[in-house]
Design a protein around this ligand. Structure first.
Ligand SMILES: Cc1ncc(COP(=O)(O)O)c(C=O)c1O
Length: 503
């Protein structure tokens, strides 16, 4: 709304040209170059007159002229607006000015490999979305959250809390996270081993950056550079975070008990493995939980072959059995695990809160890196969420949401079994998605297109494969959909599948 701002217009004040005509010319130029958009409200004549040190009559005269020429229109008691009905060639010209053709700089950037994933998870107006496992943000206790924000704001005003703060995050939140990790995740951590980040994605990115820095340093003395190992099926933005720093990635297979550690050990004989990135609690995207035996062996391999484990514990709160598995970090005795967690699933992804739990030296280095990216997080959100953690509100919300998600999981399991009997899947013990393996004859790309036409967006397995394998499977996030939405989504999916098997 331009009226809320001081509109800066520079008049050339050309000698010999009347001031009102100079103002007309200046406003036409701003419309033509896409700065004043069709329909935009223009400041009142008095405001412009004050701002440009003109007589108000001069401005009124200029507006009358613009009105007569069709550049602006007026509405009774609402003032003047740039005409919403400018001729089509003019609009085209404006659009071109607003979106210039990408220059050689942009063209020279190599693609980063995330396009298909981003395109697939993007909002599809009017379509039901089977996400990659997002929570239902409609369940967030907004009244409780808004009271916590209000108190955080008042507290900030009293204690000057909106000034620059610790790059590792607000101490109250780091304390609350350390308490939670000690109580619920069996980890022996204190606030100096915690760093708050804007979502676990930033934690992954920081870990990738530290690895890349280390590799660069090591390469000066070592002959072979280290690599990071991931399961072939994994979380694309994690993959791209490592790739973006030029860290070499090796993919290994996985089975129904998680990562294939024989394959990992064989790889350790051939290559210098610097780190293993893994989602042991609910493997992304297959939902499998890494067995205890494999956890113990993975930690042993880390010691023997001297690599780090980057543990992405992205949705551990939503586990439906009574005994959620404790993270690798809780069994780590020699500081090899960088544990990354998130509050995106617990509260809402839009709050952008996550954390890294790691040895103090790693956290201190993260602190330096955060200084380079955004200095620190959002103090208000950190204070509000710290309070919700301290008072147990978050735990109460998780308990409520867990009940709803378990009902949704059970319903999804039942309906998928009934509607797509050819699909095979393991009922996940936790997490917010199913991994459906479909009839191998199905062309998944076609299915994605047909499903969208039927009104449902799906995520085919190929999106998650580091090696780009075509996989007749899909990740079906159920938690963000109520029963009605799930029914509509499944009906559309079934219709799309049937198109490939005409009777
Ligand atoms: C496996 C995995 N890791 C990391 C993330 C990033 O989560 P956030 O950055 O919102 O904490 C997600 C998000 O869905 C995920 O599925």
């Amino acid at each position: 709304m331009l009226r809320n701002w001081y509109l800066t217009i520079v008049l050339e004040r050309t000698a010999g040209v009347a001031l009102h005509l100079q103002l007309v010319q200046a406003i036409i130029q701003e419309i033509q170059r896409g700065r004043l958009l069709p329909g935009a409200a223009l400041p009142g004549s008095r405001t412009i007159a004050d701002a440009l040190s003109l007589n108000r009559k001069t401005v009124v005269q200029a507006y009358d002229e613009l009105l007569a020429q069709g550049w602006i229109e007026t509405q009774a008691r609402r003032g003047a607006f740039v005409s919403a009905r400018l001729p089509a060639p003019m609009i085209e010209k404006i659009n071109k000015a607003a979106a210039p053709i990408p220059d050689s700089f942009v063209k020279s950037l190599p693609p980063n490999g995330l396009s298909a994933f981003l395109e697939s998870i993007a909002e599809k107006p009017g379509a039901i979305r089977f996400s990659d496992g997002v929570p239902d943000a409609r369940l967030v206790p907004f009244d409780v959250l808004s009271r916590a924000y209000r108190r955080a704001l008042l507290h900030s005003a009293r204690a000057n809390r909106l000034a620059y703060d610790d790059s590792r995050g607000n101490l109250l939140l780091r304390d609350a996270i350390a308490d939670m990790l000690r109580a619920e995740r069996g980890m022996s951590v204190t606030n100096t081993q915690i760093c708050v980040v804007r979502g676990s994605q930033m934690g992954i990115y920081l870990s990738a950056r530290l690895l890349a820095i280390k590799e660069k340093f090591v390469n000066e003395v070592a002959t072979s550079s280290g690599c990071v190992v991931m399961e072939d099926l994994g979380y694309p933005p994690a993959r791209e975070a490592f790739a973006s720093f030029g860290v070499a990635i090796e993919y290994i297979a996985q089975d129904c008990a998680g990562m294939d550690l024989d394959a990992l050990e064989a790889l350790c004989h051939q290559r210098n493995v610097s780190a293993v990135y893994t989602t042991p609690h609910h493997q992304f995207p297959t939902t499998v939980m890494l067995s205890v035996e494999r956890r113990i062996r993975l930690l042993e391999l880390a010691r023997r072959y001297d690599f780090l484990i980057i543990e992405d514990d992205y949705d551990h709160e939503f586990h439906f059995s009574h005994n959620p598995m404790l993270p690798l970090a809780s069994m780590d005795t020699d500081g090899r695990v960088i544990h990354i967690g998130s509050l995106s699933k617990v509260l809402a992804p839009g709050l952008r809160l996550g954390y890294i739990a790691a040895p103090e030296a790693v956290i201190n280095r993260c602190m330096n890196e955060i200084m380079l990216i955004d200095r620190q997080g959002n103090a208000l959100t950190e204070l509000a969420v710290a309070e919700l953690m301290r008072t147990g509100e978050i735990k109460r919300h998780v308990r409520r949401a867990l009940k709803i998600y378990k009902e949704r999981r059970d319903y999804a399991v039942q309906r998928v079994s009934e509607l797509i009997p050819s699909a095979t899947f393991t009922i996940p013990a936790g997490g917010l998605a199913l991994w459906l393996e479909l009839d191998v004859r199905i062309d998944m790309q076609r299915l994605q297109r047909d499903a969208l036409k039927q009104g449902v967006a799906i995520l085919p397995g190929q999106l998650f494969s580091g090696t780009g394998r075509a996989i007749p499977a899909l990740r079906l996030g159920y938690a963000s959909l109520n029963q009605q939405e799930l029914e509509s989504g499944l009906a559309a999916l079934v219709a799309a599948i049937q198109q490939q098997f005409p009777a």
